[in-house]
Design a binder for this molecule. Sequence first.
Ligand SMILES: Cc1cc2nc3c(=O)[nH]c(=O)nc-3n(C[C@H](O)[C@H](O)[C@H](O)COP(=O)(O)OP(=O)(O)OC[C@H]3O[C@@H](n4cnc5c(N)ncnc54)[C@H](O)[C@@H]3O)c2cc1C
Length: 556
Amino acid sequence: MFAHDILIIGGGLAGMRAAIEVPPGIDVALVSKVHPLRSHSVAAQGGINAAINPRDSWESHAFDTVKGSDYLGDQDAIEVMCEEGPQDILALERMGAIFSRDADGHIAQRPFGAASFPRTCYAADRTGHALLHVMYEQLLKRRAKTYEEWYVTSLVIEGGACRGCVAMNIFTGELDVIAANAVILATGGYGRVFAPSTNALINTGDGMSMAYRAGAPLMDMEMVQFHPTTLKRTGILISEGARGEGGYLINAKGERFMAKYAPNKLELASRDVVSRAEQDEIDEGRGINDCVLLDLRHLGRQKILERLPQIRELAITYVGVDPIEAPIPIRPGAHYSMGGIKTDTWGRTSIPGLYAAGECACVSVHGGNRLGGNSLLDTIVFGRRSAQHALRQIRGGGTPEPVGREHLERDRERIERLRARRSGERIAAVREALGQAMSEDVSVFRTRERLENARRALREIRPRVESVVVQDKSRVFNTELISALELSCLMDLAETIVEGALAREESRGAHARRDFPTRDDANWLKHTLAYASPSGPRLEYLPVTVTKYLPKERTY
Ligand SMILES: Cc1cc2nc3c(=O)[nH]c(=O)nc-3n(C[C@H](O)[C@H](O)[C@H](O)COP(=O)(O)OP(=O)(O)OC[C@H]3O[C@@H](n4cnc5c(N)ncnc54)[C@H](O)[C@@H]3O)c2cc1C
């Protein structure tokens, strides 16, 4: 058994930001199933929001975020994020983050969707890459212990509190317990519930599933963000920065169709609004091969090369289009989980000793729809705050007490059963079936009929997930075994998404029901909580925290 004061599960921006908040003298460790620099945060493109310009204000950022969330975000949490955000950005700069600069040498900021001020700080279109590397340097400087390429299989809960986790050293296949006085989950999103998705293959929502199985509720899981600009077959993301820099969306007739749907903000309306507009254009026959077009040609060669170099490379490599010369075919694609493990503004979950931060958590600052650039800010602010609270909680905690061996034995047995199975379906086929069922019926527009289809499909897929065969019987670096474990996490989360979506009979944010097309504040201004039960997710509801922004009609 290993033991630490504070254990952080996840090496993306949220996890590393939490780790470097822990001062020397406190024993902090970080576990990650991939090298931390391979976490999905590295892929973030467009930027990170904060009101750092004196002409902007954090209150304006807070209002934009509340409105963007379609009033489902908790306003106290949004206020914390927007007020503390600017200091966190300056702290990143002092750590050495190479933000792009304006002509005066200040951190440059670009306009992003649904923002009333250009407040998205960026490093060209590789912001996540720039930030994650800076964070890793700080982690090395801090000399925190990292368990690199260790896969966490479950949380250790004793006496109702979280006491650590069980994890597999992927290199040897050995399982061990890592005990801790406080555990911070920073395991990222579940994008791979859908196929295709903008997310990395590793984004399988493991932490959400672990917390859910341990009894913590998942909140607002029906709120799935479909990003307006993704490439058709691969799902690869074309950053909102492309529209922030002035890109147009056009249909098959060459019309800038956003004028019809969002006359003021046009292409820079909120993501849910733009994705629905694109889907309407496509469904009504004004698309091209299930896509519309993102036109950057008028930005000119210079600006594209300087501000959007990665976007250009992606378009050339994956669809054979150079955006300097031709528009890029794009469509809405699964991108981000607004929902997650319910936490308060200090990252506390309902299980004592267990915190969650970043995309795996639901604080909730994004509500029904996240604004572009707010997720990176969420990881930094709440990664830091979770560590700060954990530090207060463990003060004087000493070496964690040993935990019972039964946790280790339970996971060992589960894995040995999986390894011993001789026949069954291959994992890839089941994962594909799951992703397609979700993309088909739980997409930009939803109806009871489609969601019931999805529910039936999941009931058929669940037993297939539980009987997959792992053909690789070896212990060393058995990635097939890991995929089997990840698949069962995806399955749990898909069920909570579908059940939450079926129950919510209104349209709010990214959850658009064709059969209930309007927002219904009288009945649905509330969060969905999903608890694990033997018969699947059990739903409860919780009021939304409203401080000063009363729900209004949302137009852009
Ligand atoms: C292509 C793309 C572009 C984006 N661009 C932007 C942007 O410009 N601006 C913005 O605000 N947001 C953006 N987002 C969203 C944002 O990048 C993510 O929400 C955010 O980076 C998530 O950070 P995280 O620290 O929560 O998780 P991640 O960075 O996903 O890290 C998760 C970590 O958990 C570890 N982990 C997971 N499961 C286990 C397990 N079982 N055992 C051990 N370790 C585990 C992983 O190894 C990894 O280290 C983008 C997302 C994508 C996909």
